[in-house]
Design a protein around this ligand. Sequence first.
Ligand SMILES: Cc1cc2nc3c(=O)[nH]c(=O)nc-3n(C[C@H](O)[C@H](O)[C@H](O)COP(=O)(O)O)c2cc1C
Length: 358
Amino acid sequence: MVFDYIDGASGDEATARRNRTGFDGFLLRPEILVDLSSRSISTTLFGEQLAMPVIVGPTGLNGAYWAHGDLALARAAKAHKIPFVMSTAATVGLSAMAAHAGPLRWFQLYMLNDRGLAKAFLERVAASGFDVLQLTVDTAVSARRNRDIRNGFTLPFRWTTRNIWDTMCHPRWALQMLRTGSPSLALFEEVMGPTPRGSTIAEVMQQQISCSMTWRDILWLREQWGGKLVLKGVSSSQHVLEAKAAGVDGVVVSNHGGRQLDGSASTIEQLPRIVQAVAGQMTVLIDGGFRSGSDIAKALALGADAVQLGRPTLYGLAAAGEAGVSHALKILGEELQCALALSGAKSIADMRGRVVQE
Ligand SMILES: Cc1cc2nc3c(=O)[nH]c(=O)nc-3n(C[C@H](O)[C@H](O)[C@H](O)COP(=O)(O)O)c2cc1C
């Protein structure tokens, strides 16, 4: 059930599959006889130096995949000198995270129904040293995720025959959860009070997250938040033009890893039009289906500034905790270095344009 929660997507999971196959529409160009003795994959985002153009994106319920999973992800990101984005659906509170996260700490917000609470929440987020805020805008309603419904994956955990059998088949995970206790949406509870029992995780979030958010609220948020503001879940050039007008600093081209509107396009397919609409005036991040250094290189070549990861680091986390996340990041970093070098690029900026559409 935990694997299905991470790996699964909404509906028929067509968009999640398309996020992967979309990369096949773009080809890297091998370059030869280039002097590569001096090269680097480091980059600057929002004035901060990153060892590579990769961000550990926001994911909820990380403590259910590995004990204290949020902290393991944050520590691995810190070791690799890349940002970690803490989710509103974190299983630890702000102070615990502040003690473990590196200086590149970003925060992801699900807009709360109560804007007064949202404002107070943001003040605490800023006071904990988070300087970039990603507002997720593609979750006005939660999509139906069939695997979670079938598995009865609920919060707090509800024992069914199926779950008991599943748990018995995964003793290492079961022992971890026994030791640390069933994970809860600790950050959410810090702000909102205890979550209602027995509903699916999607339903729990749905009860608290605003479904009435419009562009007017983005203007409101722009006034409340003094740091960099990024919209996560942008998928068209029209969205980008509106975001620009609202004073937003960046966008994440995202379809929530295919977990929301099933049947929509892959993010990599949409990237070229969005980069064109941004016209260099905002930071462009992208996520969805990135599983190798070559995938990341294609996004950079198409004009993205950096790539966010969802499942790749979660697979590492669920397999081996912080060491697993670090291993996943190491593989991706090495593959990215290789992809850039063999494309003849000496830097991230130099990679731009080194791709052809099939
Ligand atoms: C298990 C899981 C939990 C997620 N939780 C959140 C979340 O709390 N907030 C959010 O904005 N996005 C969340 N996402 C979406 C990711 O941030 C990201 O958009 C998506 O996973 C990218 O696709 P990828 O998994 O193929 O890399 C979650 C994704 C997964 C797989």
